[in-house]
Design a protein around this ligand. Sequence first.
Ligand code: NIG
Ligand code: FE
Length: 413
Amino acid sequence: MITILKEPSQIITVDTKGKNYKRGKQLKNISLLENHSIVVEDDIIKDIIPNSSVKKNVNKTIINLNGKVVLPGLIEAHTHAAFAGSRANEFKMRLQGKGYEEIAKAGGGINFTVKAVRESSFDDLVELVKPRISYFISRGVTTLEIKSGYGLSYYDEIKLLQVINHLNSINKIDIVPTFLGAHTFPPEYKNDHEKYIEIINNTMIPFIAENKLAVFCDAFCESTAFSAEQVDRIFTAAVENGLKIKLHTEQFNIIGGLDVALKHNATSADHLEVAGDAEVAKIAKSETVAVLLPGVSFFLDYDYAPARKLINENAIVALATDFNPGSSHIADLNLIMSLASLKMGMSIEETISAVTINAAKALDVEKNVGSIEIGKKADFAIFDTNEYSDIVYSVGRNLNCMTIKNGEVIYEV
Ligand code: NIG
Ligand code: FE
């Protein structure tokens, strides 16, 4: 079936000339096309043609985009959307001056959500996460990563991954599952960290890999969570079992996480709020994507990652929401683009590359999605404006009016 996306005002192709990601100063090149239409055959981009070449043909489906802006479907590369319960209480405590790490140490934080997840059934969790996925779709997201990490037992981590995989099978967008059993130590292993690592390495990882429940293995390398040496052992087991690697690192303290991520050729290293010049230089020289999460800095009101330094040093920079109940209760990738511009000095064009092709690289799907190039998946986010800058300029206002996945309209205002 042929579909024509007819006469948008602008097509932002984020063309990579077949390279499939953007480093450093390439991020600002987003390739703007005017007076063109997109030809889709089934689920694939077949051609991008001048409007004058669009022939009237009854056998084609026409989607009239007159006056609107087309971007590649947005890629959300870092979320903890599979959670239960609310942490509004902690939000109130933080407004009264308590710190995020302080609240976690006092029994709140991640382990508060773990309790709520353990008390929820598979069906409860499916119903909780479903509308969150719809929300992402209504913001133009066509590929969405979701982590486990709030189960922290064999049973509950598998339950969360099964929920995520089930939601992938019933949704039209692609949902990428990540195993985050090493999110923090659960209360029952508070005094026996080795035992919990043994369960992760010898029980959880082999089962998850064998049953293809996750694509990535992630961990949280932080003084309140896992040490670099512990993460190193977990990643060794993960890689041996065929999982790809991501890491939460350099969020509050520099304790060697980035070195471990790079040692294991991590697909991405995420957070980096406190990364210094040495860390910037290391990641910039690697193939590992720096996934920056300005929603966390905004929500917790602390340091922003050194986006400008990373871009100037030639790193592959992506942006994501980190949507979760504690450190970033923000699920709007367009708002993240605005925060990245206003708070980290990224240009509008750089933020577009960071939520499309570079976010695709952070999920290792950049060969299929993330840019509007012939042969790639027909995934698009359509915005109700004639000028792409409005997407970032309209802070907190959703301009996405249509989301197309695999050539099919899956959301329309
Ligand atoms: O990415 N850093 C660790 N994990 C999450 C927060 C999870 C939570 O507070 O529930 C993050 O910020
Ligand atoms: Fe996170």
